[in-house]
Write a protein that binds this ligand. Sequence first.
Ligand SMILES: *Cc1c(COP(=O)(O)O)cnc(C)c1O
Length: 398
Amino acid sequence: MLASTKILKVLGEEDLKFPALTNVNRSDDEKVFVTRPSLPPLEEFIPYLEDIWKSKVLTNNGFYHQQLEIELAEYLGVPYISLFSNGTLALLNALQTLRITGEVITTPFSFVATTHALHWNGIKPVFVDIDPVYCNLDPAKIEAAISPQTTAILPVHVYGNPCDVYEIEKIADNYGLKVIYDASHAFNVKINGESVLNFGDLSVLSFHATKVFTTFEGGAIICHDEKTKKRIDFLKNFGFADEVTVVGPGINAKMNEFQAALGLLQLKYIDEYISKRKEIAQTYRKELSSIGGIRMLREIESVKHNYAYFPIFIDEEKYGTSRDDLYNKFKENNIYARRYFYPLISQFPTYRGLESASPENLPIAEKITKEVLCLPIYPSLDFEDVSGIVNLTKNFAL
Ligand SMILES: *Cc1c(COP(=O)(O)O)cnc(C)c1O
């Protein structure tokens, strides 16, 4: 408390109460977005800031950075974790870590950073279709896409639902391919009690403001051994092994102390955040199940979910109106649901010329991208808003 009083004096009480008054678009107060960042009480963050001010250690593997790596590894149940300034740089570095080249098999149904990470590494993405239920890369279609240039598979645990990790591992082992999971949505997701982040050669997390666990911006790579962790740590710090030794063409992708400090504080609240998300997901599931033409994803018994997203899939014929009509209706009512993922990555100008990007190659993804709508879900979403969303979805179908 003492710490926060001091800061209050410096800033003036009013500044803290309305810290961004000049930035706030007041009508935003009434808007319900697909997500909102979860933040701990500000006064609990102030002592961390004071400490950073005192120590003058702002970045470069500082105390909070080291501590967050330890605590996160323990919390997630993973052996080694290396923190990054954001998830995209972690993806870029993961590909560099394993020296991936040539062609990589990936999904068109993701956030565009997944494929951009390949492009920035000079790697040709090869799109493979998704499964029609959970929207993850379909293992049955991977083998047909393997060429002599293929070196790796880059699947995504979309909405935090695990890919068929066992089948993907089998294929990778058969063909001598590496597997890097874009696990941006899969913070603390477990299969039969085991972290989903432990599958594949590497897994990449994002701690962006829109994710379940946020450090403002941030990300991480999870790996299995100390040697790999060392290489990852070199690469994110310009390739420096010591003061005078540069072991390779690294980059600057380090997480700073402010991000790491927030992460440590967030860990105290993360279970609470996830259980609130779960409550909302359960309400949606119960209330929306009676509506014809709306499909939801079932919880998987062997999986510990994180409720990162709540996608619904609209069958226009049965529901009586299109996904986009519902999306627009929501908007008229200040509810900003999002069409994750639309358009498909394979439809963006950078990639649409690729042979594997043709709609004939990706019929399931092409269908699902027109049906999906992600409903608002975040810990502070109040029950009234959930009811409003439910009622609108019910009544609009009539
Ligand atoms: C958020 C996200 C990223 C990018 O992470 P950033 O931390 O925003 O750079 C990459 N892939 C997927 C699937 C994501 O959802």
